[in-house]
Design a binder for this molecule. Structure first.
Ligand code: UDP
Length: 313
């Protein structure tokens, strides 16, 4: 009998890559998704695998999985700013009720649970780069509060299950990640810039484009998550590529890589948009012996191929 792993959000961008990895590692994978932002196309190639099951279910409602479970990876959530602005209540519910249901299931099964937290717990950070011991600068009632506070609550609840029930838990704080299977219309800067460049439209930089982000290729992130799950560390761990870039520089890079003649144009900065973001990954290096292997340019190659097929057919 293979060990079974439940991946919530399994039809999403990160969830589907995790399904691939756990199948490759010899697990039986149960992917759960309500498909509000996930897409069956991301897991279509797995549906015939006898070690893969898909459950169409909203994890904010009671979760039932028959038999034994080794691990639960809770990755269900709208995750891009325009998604969680469109679905603020679902975002809060999956981070709170959904996490509670998964923790209850983990407790009942004696499973180890890993939650997908985020660099958004640092809000618009006043400390740079961000280390795990920084408590963050979040506006609870701003537009991003629904995501940021759901994730902060998720971390607190997970730690409570760990300390009160002795549950085996892991917390990963994920920084901006990219790769194939990101949704073209999720509004994030990378799919937006790539699809605009490929369509010959101008690239929409928000604000003056001097804000920074640090982009991680998905394979690096999956490797870090896998190592964290198998480690014995229960505190939150940053995973991200510390190579920081301004949105303007990123736009120029996409124009260069696509050979596009488009320009960068400027649109208003969304409220509470973080001015800077860069992970301090010394903890992940020390306890997981992990650091990113893919440069942004290396990761952008397969990503561009994926988006080119989507945009130009
Ligand atoms: N952004 C932009 N143009 C776009 C989409 C996003 O300039 O079409 C900016 C956004 O304001 C932010 C950065 O790019 O400063 C990253 O945004 P994204 O939505 O990808 O993720 P975030 O890191 O803000 O969650």
């Amino acid at each position: 009998m293979k060990k079974k792993v439940l991946i919530t959000g399994g039809a999403g961008f990160l969830g589907s890559h995790l399904c691939d990895r756990f199948l490759a590692e010899g697990y039986h994978v149960v992917a759960m998704d309500n498909l509000i932002t996930g897409d069956l196309a991301n897991i279509e190639h797995l549906l015939k695998d006898k070690d893969f099951e898909f459950h169409h279910h909203d994890v904010s409602k009671f979760v039932h999985v028959p038999g034994e479970l080794e691990y639960i990876l809770h990755f269900a959530s709208p995750a891009s700013p325009i998604d969680y602005l469109k679905m603020p209540i679902q975002t809060m519910k999956v981070g709170s009720l959904g996490t509670h249901n998964c923790l209850g299931l983990a407790k009942a099964k004696g499973a180890r649970m890993l939650i997908a937290s985020t660099s958004e717990v640092y809000g618009d950070p006043l400390v740079h780069p961000q280390k795990e011991d920084y408590w963050g600068n979040v506006n609870p009632v701003g537009p991003r509060g629904v995501y940021d506070e759901a994730k902060r609550f998720q971390e607190a609840l997970t730690m409570a299950y760990h300390t009160f029930h002795g549950l085996e838990t892991r917390i990963v704080r994920i920084f901006n990640t990219f790769g194939p299977r990101m949704r073209l219309d999720d509004g994030r800067v990378l799919p937006a810039f790539i699809s605009q460049a490929l369509r010959g439209e101008d690239l929409t930089a928000f604000g003056d484009g001097t804000q920074t982000r640090s982009f991680t290729y998905v394979d690096d992130l999956v490797e870090g998550i896998y190592r964290l799950l198998l480690s014995d560390y229960t505190g939150p761990v940053n995973l991200g590529n510390p190579e920081e870039i301004t949105i303007n520089e990123f736009g120029e890079e996409i124009l260069r890589l696509t050979g596009s003649k488009s320009k960068i144009i400027y649109q208003p900065l969304p409220k509470d948009d973080p001015k800077q973001r860069k992970p301090d990954i010394s903890l992940a290096k020390e306890i997981l012996d992990w650091e990113p292997k893919f440069s942004r340019a290396e990761g952008l190659k397969p990503t561009l191929e994926y988006f080119t097929k989507k945009v130009l057919g």
